[in-house]
Design a protein around this ligand. Structure first.
Ligand SMILES: CC(=O)N[C@H]1[C@@H](OP(=O)(O)OP(=O)(O)OC[C@H]2O[C@@H](n3ccc(=O)[nH]c3=O)[C@H](O)[C@@H]2O)O[C@H](CO)[C@@H](O)[C@@H]1O
Ligand SMILES: C=C(OP(=O)(O)O)C(=O)O
Length: 417
């Protein structure tokens, strides 16, 4: 088992390069199943989740090669449309193969993904979309089976702008007969990246990035070559690392437009943030000021940055309130931060964070991906040593996080036990 050991560090200084976005590349890899052809994806982060979805595609019959940061998928020969529990349970995003398989083969059987530390995460909206396109859905022994004679364009309203449901339904609709209009869709940058990839494959999608998407079905799709957008959450995490250590860091390979809520909140806590063409410089304040955070679907403040800001507010001057509206159980790291000396009280979907002068290094566990990142951030400013267990969660989403932080001057190492 590997652990990450973080010791109190000097202000971080220097330059860090951001990888391609996990949450963009996973649906894009699923989308390669739509073409009886080869697709080339560039800028792919070398993350555990990328390996998990690659293994799932191999199980279905696709050939997948991953060299450096380029992933080549040849989906010409798909042998099965069934995804077993062992492959889906490792990563919820595995469920995203259902839309493409249903579109191309009119049949798909995927194990139910189940809940995780941040919430129950149902799939009802995905299924509502498939049904509306004409699929018959059955639940059987923990599997969801979708079948259709043909898929036909439809008009659909999502009760919540779910990222995964928007992606899955969009992928199911690209080969449907006629036009599909989906209202109240998610507007996240990763939706736009997926729609761009699908259009490069020959799809006809308009409106991605707004709350209504129109998809005109086409006969078939071809493989495409695509470069994934930079990871706004990885970028945001290093920006908070600069802020919490009162450092000065240039975060490179970013799209400033995707970082607006993070930049706004960092300015509120007193950081100087300089926006450049493909990079952003964050200079931490002498004293971090408390602020309030409310997570919302894009363009609101991203839930995937909530835990990292919770760590930052833990050492701020004053009291901040964090309201989590996207997931019902995303405060799992609060108990761990409190063990490190933070003063955070949870009241329903709100956490009241009373800043403290000092945190103390402790032995803690990463309960999920971003909670783990938050513990690393807290560890950078805690007295003594913080030993973080369950680090596999962290490597789901951060390429070389220990090396990248060390290059900025952090005292961090990975130990195997
Ligand atoms: C791989 C990936 O891209 N993951 C991201 C994606 O997850 P994911 O796509 O799972 O997140 P959703 O946007 O679907 O979920 C948001 C909320 O909607 C609920 N919901 C969702 C689907 C459904 O059918 N029914 C339903 O009730 C969920 O339980 C949750 O409370 O978007 C989240 C919200 O920005 C991010 O935190 C995740 O990092
Ligand atoms: C919650 C996240 O990912 P996933 O949806 O893959 O669990 C995340 O990236 O913070």
């Amino acid at each position: 088992m590997t652990k990450i050991v973080v010791r109190k560090s000097k202000p971080l200084k220097g330059y860090v390069k951001i990888n391609g976005a996990k949450n963009a590349v996973l649906p894009i890899i699923a989308a390669t199943l739509l073409a009886k052809d080869k697709s080339v994806i560039k800028g792919v982060p070398n993350l555990k989740d990328v390996h998990v979805i690659s293994d799932l595609l191999r199980h279905l019959g696709a050939k997948v090669e991953f060299n450096e940061d380029t992933l080549i998928v040849d989906a010409s020969d798909i042998k099965t449309c069934e995804a077993p529990y062992e492959l889906v349970r490792k990563m919820r995003a595995s469920f995203l193969v259902m839309g493409p398989l249903l579109a191309r083969f009119k049949s798909s059987k995927i194990s139910m993904p189940g809940g995780c530390a941040i919430g129950t995460r149902p799939i009802d909206l995905h299924l509502k979309g498939f049904k509306s396109l004409g699929a018959n859905i059955e639940m059987d022994h923990g599997f969801v089976e979708a079948k259709a004679d043909k898929l036909v364009g439809t008009k659909l309203y999502l009760d919540f702008p779910s990222v995964g449901a928007t992606e899955n339904i969009m992928m199911a609709a690209v080969l449907a007969e006629g036009t599909t209009i989906i209202e109240n869709v998610a507007e996240e940058p990763e939706i736009v990246d997926l729609a761009n990839f699908l259009n490069e494959m020959g799809a006809n999608i308009k409106g991605a990035g707004t709350n209504t998407i129109r998809i005109k079905g086409v006969q078939e799709l071809k493989g495409a070559v695509h470069t994934v957008i930079p990871d706004r959450i990885e970028a945001g995490t290093y920006m908070v690392a600069a802020a919490i250590t009162k450092g000065d860091v240039v975060v490179d390979n970013v799209l400033i437009d995707h970082l607006k809520p993070t930049i706004a909140k960092l300015r509120e806590v007193g950081c100087e943030v300089y926006e450049m063409e493909n990079s952003v410089r964050v200079v931490g304040p002498k004293e971090i000021k408390a602020t309030d955070i409310k997570t919302l679907p894009h363009p609101g403040f991203p839930t995937d940055m909530q835990s990292q800001f919770m760590a930052l507010l833990s050492v701020a001057k004053g009291t901040g309130v964090v309201i989590e509206t996207v997931f019902e159980n995303r405060f799992m790291n609060v108990a761990e931060l409190n063990r490190m000396g933070a003063n955070i009280k949870i009241e329903g979907r709100s956490a009241v964070v009373q800043g403290v002068e000092k945190l103390q290094g402790s032995t803690v566990n990463a309960t999920d991906l971003r909670a783990g990142a938050a513990l690393i951030l807290a560890g950078l400013v805690s007295e003594g040593e913080t030993i973080i267990g369950e680090t596999h969660h962290i490597y789901r989403g951060y390429v070389d996080i220990d090396k990248k932080l060390r290059a900025l001057g952090a005292d961090i190492e990975v130990i195997s036990e």
